[in-house]
Design a protein around this ligand. Structure first.
Ligand SMILES: [Zn+2]
Length: 656
């Protein structure tokens, strides 16, 4: 039993409620991602200066980990009390009623469990979905399990969907020390913040001790990371991305659960409301060596049958695809429109799977809600409202793009632009320092970086592996790495010539070849964007090693387009010219050389290039990024084998 904990800090009662809530939020074995809620009844003054009791309760859509005072809604407690006399109240009536009890009109929508908190007489009430409590709450006989594990003074409320009805049920148990909600979680209360908080800790610890004494040892839930078979991931991601692209997260720490002989039973038992809401009726079990397409299709058919059987007529079906999978020998895998969502689902499932395994190990079986009850929860508008706080998906959500030469110039501009459009990135460059700077400009958790020389096949291999490991596959590659290489043919030595071809052409062939099998296994098409140059069509004297390689790159793209068409792989070229800002290509030496070649002063070189174009304006990195984004996205889905100029208009370099 936890003893000697310090008092919960804070100057006001509301401050202390915030501090108490964050203590819950900090412990993922108690609550996850917006789950659970807390409240305090506080004496406040109304607009006439009268002292009145106010229920301060967590607003829907906030998270206990990061909650602040403004995330709590205040409701006049004496306005809530008359509802206790009612026998029924629909969700709509409840929402309308609660909105009229608000102290501040612009408060967040109060938790759906507001009445449960309001009807209990205690000053402080806490509600969590703790793993160990959920393990008891899904035992074959939850009442017997709770009595044995937690004692006679802890009541068990039968499963009722949260809202008015559950509030009425829980009120009947107000004389007990706390209430376990069957198939749901725990409600504790107390006259002080400490009393309620510590009672939660005490009961969760007791539940854990009991489960451990009865053969379960799974309450070490910590996500891991590590490689999974590449071909399998690419196939799975492709199958899950036919409607819209998704990224995958892999958690090897769930290998033990995935390897259980009763994994199908674990996958079918949903032990918390959060799981039903965010993951659905069950986890899929996928055999990595089996037919991926057939296994996902079978899951979809099951889901469709469940929806057809249980849905209120006219309710549109959500995606039937599995969101979380258990894969023997691999672990847990989750899919989502972005890495954060996949990670959230993975973590939620890790807790649910662990709690379910504990139920099965400690009690030899489980009880569970009927499919009708699960559907009623999964499609409950009041809970789905929580999910509306997520921003709408960005244009390139779920899209994975490799960008080479990303440490500066065009590559950096392209990477930043693609990330802004929602893409997940694997960026590479020889310049580790510049690459780290670019990485720092990208949203955390949405990019991985590989530094190294792309003329080295090991580096190319590592870049593709890093993308597949991080996101499950690849949708596009921006072949941008390059170096300037100058000199008249008579002067260029052979080593310099070969080096230019290696960097500016052959490394792009190697990467094309390496990524190709991933793209084929995914089977959802892809976009290859080769950054060539105006020089490919309008070369300059003394610029041979560079111009020849860039011309070869255009041809490489055309061949990739020819060979990729039947797989939906598009290949296109962007031909920029004279981009100076942030470019490493334009060394002082090159500036001098080109200035001499054109007979202008070095200081006038940029203006010279800008003026010689038809549009007479300078070309920038973001201009190239715009063209790349178009070619990466489905907006260009019928374009392949094309050269798009971004050069201000240079007639000699018109594509032909
Ligand atoms: Zn709950």
């Amino acid at each position: 039993m936890p003893t000697g904990l310090p008092p919960i800090p804070g100057e006001t009662e509301l401050d202390r409620l915030v501090a108490r809530s964050r203590l819950f939020g900090a412990d993922p074995t108690l609550v996850l991602f917006g789950g659970g809620n807390t409240s305090s009844k506080i004496l406040e003054r109304d607009h006439l200066g009268n002292e009145r009791w106010v229920l301060r309760i967590k607003g829907t859509g906030s998270d206990l980990r990061t909650i602040e005072a403004r995330h709590f809604a205040g409701l006049w407690l004496d306005d809530l009390q008359p509802l206790r006399e009612r026998d029924t109240l629909t969700d709509e009536e409840m929402l309308a009623y609660l909105s009229r009890c608000l102290v501040e009109a612009d408060a967040p929508r109060p938790s759906i469990e507001t009445l449960l908190h309001g009807f209990l007489p205690a000053l402080h009430v806490d509600h969590v979905h703790a793993d160990a409590i959920c393990a008891l709450a899904n035992a074959p006989d939850p009442i017997a399990a709770v009595r044995e594990a937690l004692g006679d003074d802890i009541a068990v409320a039968p499963y009722v969907r949260p809202g008015f009805a559950l509030a009425k049920v829980v009120t009947e148990f107000a004389d007990s020390r706390a209430v376990v909600l069957a198939h749901h979680g725990l409600v504790t209360w107390g006259d002080t913040h400490e009393e309620s908080y510590r009672l939660t800790l005490e009961l969760v610890a007791k539940a854990q001790d009991y489960l451990e004494a009865h053969g379960s040892d799974i309450f070490e839930v910590a996500l891991g990371s590590g490689p999974a078979p590449e071909q399998f991931l690419a196939q799975l991601r492709g199958r899950l991305s036919r409607e819209r692209r998704q990224v995958l997260g892999v958690d090897p720490s769930q290998r033990a659960v995935a390897g259980r002989s009763d994994v199908d039973v674990v996958a079918a038992v949903r032990s918390t409301p959060d799981h039903m809401l965010r993951i659905g009726p069950r986890t899929a079990v996928i055999d990595a060596d089996g037919d991926i397409d057939a296994q996902v299709t079978a899951y979809e058919e099951d889901y469709r049958a469940y929806h057809d059987a249980e849905a209120v007529e006219g309710t549109p079906m959500q995606s039937a695809l599995p969101k979380v999978m258990l894969v023997p020998n691999v672990g847990g895998i989750a899919a989502g429109p972005d890495a954060g969502t996949a990670r959230l689902r993975l973590e939620l499932a890790a807790h649910t799977h662990a709690a379910t395994a504990a139920t099965l190990d400690s009690f030899g079986g489980s009880s569970w809600l009927t499919p009708a009850q699960v559907w009623e929860f999964e499609y409950w508008p009041l809970e789905l409202y929580k999910l509306t706080f997520a921003p709408p998906p960005a244009e390139l959500a779920g899209t994975v793009v490799l960008v080479t030469g990303a440490a500066s110039g065009i590559g950096r501009d392209v990477a930043v632009d693609l990330a802004r459009r929602g893409a997940h990135l694997a960026i590479a460059d020889l310049n580790a320092e510049g690459l780290a700077e670019t990485l720092a400009l990208l949203p955390p958790g949405r990019a991985v970086a590989v530094d190294g020389d792309l003329t080295d096949r090991v580096v190319v291999d590592g870049l593709v592996s890093a993308a597949v490991e991080a996101w499950g596959g690849v949708d596009a590659v921006v072949f941008n790495a390059g170096i300037a290489a100058t000199g008249n043919l008579v002067d260029v030595d052979e080593a310099e010539w070969r080096h230019s071809l290696e960097v500016n052409l052959t490394s792009h062939f190697t990467l094309t070849k390496r990524v190709w099998s991933i793209l084929e296994h995914q089977g959802i098409g892809a976009s290859l964007v080769y950054i060539s140059s105006k020089n490919a069509f309008a070369p300059g004297a003394g610029f041979g090693p560079y111009s020849v390689a860039k011309a070869g790159l255009v041809q490489l793209a055309k061949i990739a387009a020819l060979e990729g068409g039947k797989h939906g792989i598009r290949a296109n070229v962007v031909n920029p010219d004279a981009i100076f800002a942030g470019s490493k290509l334009w060394s002082d030496e090159l500036r001098k050389e080109r200035a001499d070649a054109h007979g202008v002063a070095i200081s006038e070189l940029e203006a010279f290039y800008a003026k010689r174009s038809l549009l007479g304006r300078a070309v920038t990195g973001p201009d190239v990024a715009e063209a790349v984004a178009f070619l990466v996205s489905d907006r260009s889905r019928t374009t392949t084998g094309c050269v798009l100029t971004v050069d201000g208009g240079v007639p000699a370099a018109f594509p032909r």
